[in-house]
Design a protein around this ligand. Sequence first.
Ligand SMILES: [Fe+2]
Length: 235
Amino acid sequence: MPVPDRGRSRLIPSLHMFSVISIKVSNGEFVNYCYAIVDSASNEALLIDPAWEMDRIEHSLSGAALKGVLLTHSHRDHADLACHFASRYRVPIWISREESEYYCFELPGLLHLPDAGLLRIGPFEVWSFLTPGHTAGGVCYLVENNLFSGDTLFAEGCGYCSERGADPYAMYRSLQLLKRTILPNTLVFPGHSYGQLPGQTFASLLKTNIYLAFDDERKFVQFRMRGEWGFNQPV
Ligand SMILES: [Fe+2]
């Protein structure tokens, strides 16, 4: 999946009136964020990572016509309600080919993201960045000035890299890709919060998120994997 050029003014010819609605949902110990993006002109919407609380998510759509469901990765706390909304609105679900194939993740209506990185859905131009590390085929989505970073990047850290398909070396490269590509004034909407509200600027994260401060792969991996079996060497 190629990386969009950092000079994104060429990729976004005009700004729409999109609003991002952050929806905090929970199920027992799981607390996470899904998001609705609504185009005020057409009253059309996208959902990102719908899970757990069907009524709350439906209410957030406020009658907008859902055009598609985007999944950052296949973990259940991000994908639990994808099928429900896809079938209710008869729209596709998108995920990366890498994620789907690695985990044999299949759902009715599931489509693979285009290799070119750009997906046009109604009024929305969605750029997908393949950002493995937390999972084998995780992605971040950029819609205008908004980055939906799933479990790749949180305001306070980055996703853990210890389950099947995870790779801390890939996580390092994914974060470096974001550092090279995402503009400072981009608003970041992660899959979880550990204190800060969604919608912080990338510039703010660059100042406060220690995982974005590393420029040495080995040191990053040892820090990310501290306490994990086999990764207890001193930095
Ligand atoms: Fe996850």
